[in-house]
Every structure is written in structure tokens, then in C-alpha cells.
Design a protein around this ligand. Structure first.
Ligand SMILES: Cc1cc2nc3c(=O)[nH]c(=O)nc-3n(C[C@H](O)[C@H](O)[C@H](O)COP(=O)(O)OP(=O)(O)OC[C@H]3O[C@@H](n4cnc5c(N)ncnc54)[C@H](O)[C@@H]3O)c2cc1C
Length: 383
């Protein structure tokens, strides 16, 4: 039976970053993935994610400089471009959420440029964002998601890590040594870290624990830029006003053509509840695509109003949309990182670092108390 210091379950961006950080600290580490790699069934799939220093919560804005530094180190180690600076604009109709971004950035003394409606339309030509105001985040840009996942995995392997794909964890025996059974074998680990995205509760239910996680499927839509309106150097966009989705205002975000030339990505930060991530596409009625289509027709006449490509991805939401990074309340060698609520990718290097520090009982680079499971003590139920 193979023995490891740390076993990490889930080779999405969080598990891959965590395994990399563990091996970097000298732990003999196994990274386990249920599907053949790469796969498109989790949350880390696709070519691009937005990164930005602008956050409406100080908790995350504080960690972003470290994330930028760690992404850059990974780029150097793997000789791969992961981050592309495009600049970004965060806009809204002077509502509370929009001004919170500005407030947090000013408090952290991060560069912040206010934008008038004319400046917004200048940065994003042929749009109808009249009546909007915004801020510019010059450091915002795109992370090449698939390359980022692959880079963590290849750096992990080069440092001597073991990666087993197409091998699903099916059973856990707790104790001072954690014994896991997979579809192909049995492994012992001094510690276990679960980074299983929307599958997390399927695994933790084995350990009599249920996190307050709500998986949602979200639509990723690409819209063709109309002939004659093509422009390079477009920024990433976040419209906090967004759209009305079942009585709640959900933000809308856009990224310049990266996956498919001349196709701008415009998506809603929300989607339908998903009862089982193993049956992701079974109940799609197309409602979300219609809502985004109406938004594109109204504000973005430089795009065709019908999406050219629609893909599906999964968010795993927590009630307060803050991450959960903690250890099992009754098993002090079992840890988890979950509930990244649709905004985890950019901070994956920091999350992996924090989990590796927790496993090794080292002081953590940032205070992890805001991510503790304890904050839900009234809503967390034992199964
Ligand atoms: C459409 C979309 C857009 C997004 N945009 C942004 C953005 O612009 N900026 C940003 O910062 N974040 C963004 N996010 C959020 C970010 O992508 C996620 O927070 C992040 O990818 C979560 O990664 P994860 O590793 O936790 O989950 P996953 O990528 O789902 O990884 C979990 C892995 O665990 C594996 N697994 C599960 N169960 C088992 C088992 N029993 N045995 C073995 N393996 C198992 C799964 O197969 C999977 O590979 C976006 C997410 C989506 C869906």
C-alpha cells in the first residue's frame, strides 16, 4: 500500500495548487482525480478567468497582491504565460455594491481611477452604458485557466508528486493515518485535503459532515463581434448592476476574445441550482441564455444578439459567497477548501498555500478565520 504525507482529492485549480504547495514544502503528495485529465465537468474548465485587484470585500482585495506574485512565480517556474493584462472596468449605476469596490481600493491605497459614462463607452466602444459610472482597475486581466491548471500539475509532477487520474475516491477510513479507497487502489496519508468542488459534500458525507454548499450550473456564452466593429485591447468588464434573475440582481461580466477569435464572452454571475453535479446538463431550459441575450441586445450592439457558442460550468456557492477553508471538526488531519462561489480562480495560488500551511501546522500567510466553517454553526447540519 502506498503511503503519503498528504493526499489531495480533486485536480481542479484548487487541488492542483494545493498539491503543488504541499510538494514544494517537502511533503510526499498524491493528487487524485476522478476523471481523465483534462476534463470539462468541474469548475476550472475553459480557457479564461478574470483576475483583478478590485474587490468589493477587503478580505479578498488584501490577498490579491500575493496572488499576482504567486501566479508570476508559477509562470517563471513553468515557462508559461498564464496572466494577460488587459485592464478592467467595473461599472454600475452608482449603487451600493459598485461604490464598495471604490471604497475598499482607496482604503488599501490601491490605484483606482474613476470613470464617467463617456470614458466607459470610450474604453468599450459601441456600447450603450449611458447613465453608468465606474472605476478602472489597470492590473485586471485574463488568466489562461486551462494553462494554469496544467502548469500547477506539471510543476507538481516535476517536483516528484504523484498524480493519479481517472481514479475516484470512494471510501475514507479516519484515524491518525487516513486510509482512502479509490476505484483502483488503497492509499494511506498522514493528512487528507478535499478540494472536490461541487462534489465536496458527496465526499464529506462519508465523514458525517455536510457543508452549506449550493452548486449551480452557469452558462458561458460567446458572442460574435459584428463585422466592422472589431477592436483590439478591450478590457475585462464587470457590470454590478447586471440583470434581474428571479428577483435578484446578478452581475454580468465580459472578457475580450481569448478562446475564440472575434467572440466576446458575456455571462451572468448566476444560474440554476444543481442537485447533483454528476447530472449537470439534465434540466437546462435555456432561460439564462435568453436573459443574457436581452442584456447583450440592450447594452452591447457591437455583438450579435444570439450567442455563437454556449458552454456549461459549475459554481459552488456558500450562503455568504465567502470561501470555506478549514479542517474537519472531529478529524484534525482532514482539511477542505470549497465553496469558492464563482470567484475562486484568481486566488487559487493563495488558497493552495494556505491549505498547505494548515496541514503542516505552520502560521498561515493570511488569517483563515473568515473562511472557517464555524461561521455557519447555526446552519451546518450533520447528516
Ligand atoms: C463559468 C465560470 C466562470 C468563472 N469565472 C471566474 C473568474 O472570472 N474569476 C475567478 O476568480 N473565478 C471564476 N470562477 C470560479 C472558479 O473557476 C472556481 O472557483 C474554481 O475553478 C473552483 O475550483 P475547484 O478546484 O474548487 O473545483 P473543480 O474545478 O470542480 O475541481 C474539483 C475536482 O475534484 C474532482 N473530484 C470530485 N470528486 C472526486 C472524487 N470522489 N475523487 C477524485 N476526484 C474528485 C472533480 O472531478 C474535479 O476535477 C468561474 C467559474 C465558472 C464556472
Amino acid at each position: 500500500m502506498e503511503e503519503f504525507d498528504v493526499i489531495v482529492v480533486g485536480a481542479g485549480i484548487m487541488g492542483s495548487s494545493t498539491a503543488y504547495n504541499c510538494i514544494k514544502k517537502g511533503c510526499k503528495t498524491l493528487l487524485l482525480e476522478q476523471f481523465p485529465l483534462p476534463h470539462a465537468r468541474g469548475s476550472s474548465t475553459g480557457h479564461s478567468r478574470i483576475t483583478r485587484k478590485a474587490y468589493s470585500k477587503e478580505l479578498y482585495a488584501n490577498m490579491m497582491p500575493e496572488a499576482y506574485k504567486l501566479w508570476s512565480e508559477l509562470e517563471t517556474e513553468t515557462n508559461t504565460q498564464i496572466y494577460k493584462k488587459t485592464g478592467g472596468i467595473i461599472i454600475g449605476k452608482a449603487n451600493v455594491r459598485y461604490s464598495e469596490y471604490e471604497k475598499v481600493l482607496k482604503e488599501l491605497k490601491t490605484e483606482v481611477l474613476s470613470l464617467t459614462e463617456n470614458e466607459i463607452v470610450e474604453m468599450l466602444p459601441n456600447t450603450n452604458y449611458y447613465g453608468f459610472q465606474g472605476i478602472c482597475d489597470p492590473e485586471a486581466g485574463v488568466l489562461f485557466a486551462d494553462k494554469a491548471v496544467k502548469s500547477f500539475q506539471s510543476a507538481f509532477l516535476r517536483r516528484g508528486g504523484s498524480l493519479k487520474e481517472n481514479e475516484k475516491l470512494v471510501n475514507i477510513s479516519t484515524g491518525s493515518i487516513v486510509k482512502i479507497t479509490t476505484t483502483k487502489g488503497i492509499y494511506n496519508g498522514k493528512s487528507l485535503i478535499v478540494c472536490a468542488g461541487s462534489w465536496t459534500n458527496k465526499i464529506l458525507s462519508e465523514l458525517d459532515l455536510k457543508l452549506p454548499l449550493n452548486p449551480r450550473y452557469v452558462k458561458v456564452c460567446y458572442w460574435k463581434v459584428k463585422d466592422g466593429l472589431k477592436k483590439s485591447n478591450l478590457p475585462v468588464l464587470i457590470d454590478v448592476n447586471g440583470v434581474n434573475y428571479h428577483g435578484v440582481r446578478e452581475g454580468v461580466y465580459g472578457t475580450p476574445p481569448e478562446e475564440y477569435p472575434d467572440f466576446y464572452k458575456v455571462c451572468m454571475h448566476g444560474g440554476k441550482d444543481l442537485s447533483d453535479p454528476d447530472f449537470r446538463d439534465g434540466s437546462d431550459d435555456g432561460e439564462e441564455v435568453k436573459i443574457i441575450s436581452n442584456y447583450v441586445s440592450k447594452y452591447m450592439p457591437f455583438l450579435d444578439s444570439r450567442p455563437a457558442i454556449v458552454e456549461t460550468c459549475i459554481y459552488t456557492m456558500t450562503p455568504d459567497e465567502d470561501y470555506i477553508i478549514d479542517r474537519h471538526p472531529n478529524c484534525n488531519n482532514i482539511f477542505f477548501g470549497a465553496g469558492f462561489s464563482g470567484h475562486g480562480f484568481k486566488l487559487a495560488p493563495v488558497v493552495g498555500k494556505l491549505l498547505s500551511e494548515m496541514v503542516l501546522k505552520q502560521p498561515t500567510t493570511f488569517n483563515t478565520a473568515p473562511f472557517s466553517l464555524h461561521r455557519f454553526r447555526n446552519s451546518t447540519s450533520k447528516l
